[in-house]
Design a protein around this ligand. Structure first.
Ligand code: ZN
Ligand code: ZN
Ligand code: ZN
Length: 252
């Protein structure tokens, strides 16, 4: 199994439009962060988590050949607005692509992308998706996927566990009953926005505290704002964690 980070930035991306701070003007490519999404390649499926608003740029940069399924964490604009790019994959695959998420997320997708729904035969010119509401573990092409309930401010959203990998972005609180899904991980991906506290996201201290509680072999932080510099802040992190960056790819 392999995870590739297609985007690691917070909702505005990094650089932010019209910001001349040191991170936004940095020459380090690891300080350029598109909106959050990852591709997970297994032996029998390419599973995309979220269709970031930067999905076009991401698939030009990293041209994965197919998408077998999409797991949605939640329906904020930065995580869903690339959905229209699925037209290209529908055309290449001649298939409807199934998408999964909680009831709230599937309702939002059906509302925002009402033209994309297709429970019947394939139609060209529109993204062809089927929406699937999930609450507990489910199977995609023989791969077991476990939704992990997380709190994002007052909203309940999903992280996902696939094998010994867990992806948990946009989280400000992990409910007690979700910790059993986070045991014995090789890789944990966790949102860490900035140093200052935020009502809807872990800050860096909170993310490090969760990392120490969960004890994955390796932890990567994502959904990073322009207030964190890859080198400056990254060099101060404890040994088993680091900032993810766009294009980072890890074999698990
Ligand atoms: Zn987000
Ligand atoms: Zn900035
Ligand atoms: Zn969000």
């Amino acid at each position: 199994m392999r995870i590739t980070f297609l985007g690691t930035g917070t909702s505005q991306g990094v650089p932010i439009i019209n910001c001349d701070c040191p991170v936004c003007t940095s020459g380090n490519p690891k300080n350029k962060r598109m909106r959050c999404s990852v591709m997970i390649e297994t032996s029998c499926a390419n599973i995309l988590i979220d269709t970031s608003i930067d999905m076009y740029q991401q698939f030009i940069a990293w041209p994965f050949k197919r998408i077998d399924a999409i797991l949605y964490t939640h329906a904020h604009a930065d995580h869903i607005f690339g959905l229209d790019e699925l037209r290209r994959f529908n055309y290449l695959q001649k298939e409807v692509i199934p998408v999964y998420g909680n009831a709230e997320t599937m309702n939002r997708i059906r509302h925002v992308f009402d033209y994309a729904l297709n429970d019947g035969p394939f139609v060209s010119g529109i993204p062809n998706i089927t929406t699937n509401t999930v609450n507990t573990e489910f199977i995609v092409n023989d791969i077991k996927i476990i939704p992990i309930p997380l709190m994002h401010g007052r909203d309940q959203i999903f992280g996902y566990r696939i094998g010994d990998l867990a992806y948990c972005t946009d989280v400000s609180f992990i409910p007690e009953q979700s910790y059993p899904f986070l045991q014995d991980l090789d890789v944990l991906v966790l949102g860490a926005l900035r140093e200052k506290k935020h009502s809807r996201h872990f800050n860096l201290d909170e993310a490090v505290a969760e990392m120490n509680k969960i004890k994955a072999k390796q932890t990567f932080f994502t959904h990073i704002s322009h207030k964190l510099d890859h080198e400056k802040h990254g060099s101060q992190l404890p040994p088993s964690c680091s900032f993810a960056y766009d294009g980072l790819s890890i074999e698990i």
